[in-house]
Design a protein around this ligand. Structure first.
Ligand code: GAR
Length: 215
């Protein structure tokens, strides 16, 4: 099957981008990353794209008079890239409803919490403050509301006695690196379909990644 062209938007280190690149190199991957766009010049993810030979560019939000103007520039770059799907991977700008609607059901985000709990920033601190015993990550289809939308894959980790935000973040991000390639593959291959506000998958398709301690 032809690989679906994907654009990845980043703002920082790009370790999730790296996981998507690495999985994308395997013969069974159903996607190909055709463009990486960062809103931050010097983001390490751009270096990762360069090393992998992937076209990459910076669209610095600070160069635009309004959020709408930034979104329009981003929208043009995405259209020009030939991407059919978009992945937000540590992309720390909120996109306006127009751009999100233009990519409805074709844009994914990874969030470091078990949505719908702990939206926004500082998710690991939020989880510790709430005293939850389970935490994790969610790959979801992007909707205009922040950290909202149909869930494709979740990864679950235990919260252990003595955890701080850093130890919890380290445990979660290891699962993020497995959850994102899985979710993108499911959507790109058509094994996952967005039906309204729910993602349906074929029976037997894995959509949950469990930390070994919960096994
Ligand atoms: C990841 O933990 C991702 O889930 C989070 O930023 C980190 C990016 O790391 N995203 C958000 O918080 C979005 N709301 P990375 O640049 O190494 O992939």
């Amino acid at each position: 099957m032809a690989r679906r062209p994907v654009a990845v938007l980043i703002s920082g280190s790009g370790s999730n981008l790296q996981a998507l690149i690495d999985h994308g190199a395997s013969p069974e991957a159903s996607y190909e990353i055709v463009r990486v766009i960062s809103n931050v010049a010097g983001a390490f993810g751009l270096e990762r794209a360069a090393r992998a030979g992937i076209a990459h560019q910076v669209i610095d939000h600070r160069g635009f008079a309004s959020r709408a103007a930034f979104d329009q520039a981003l929208g043009r770059a995405l259209a020009e890239s030939g991407a059919e799907l978009v992945c937000l991977a540590g992309f720390m700008r909120i996109l306006g409803p127009e751009l999100v609607e233009a990519w409805a059901d074709r844009m994914l985000n990874i969030h470091p919490a078990l949505l719908p709990s702990f939206k926004g920033l500082h998710t690991h601190e939020q989880a510790l403050a709430a005293g939850v015993r389970l935490h994790g990550c969610t790959v979801h289809v992007v909707r205009p509301a922040l950290d909202d939308g149909p869930i494709v894959v979740q990864g679950v980790v235990p919260v252990l006695p003595g955890d701080d935000a850093a130890s919890l973040a380290a445990r979660v991000i290891r699962l993020e690196h497995r959850a994102y390639p899985l979710a993108l593959d499911l959507l790109a291959s058509g094994r996952a379909r967005v039906e309204g506000e729910v993602v349906r998958v074929e029976p037997g398709t894995p959509t949950l990644i469990v930390h070994p301690e919960l096994g």
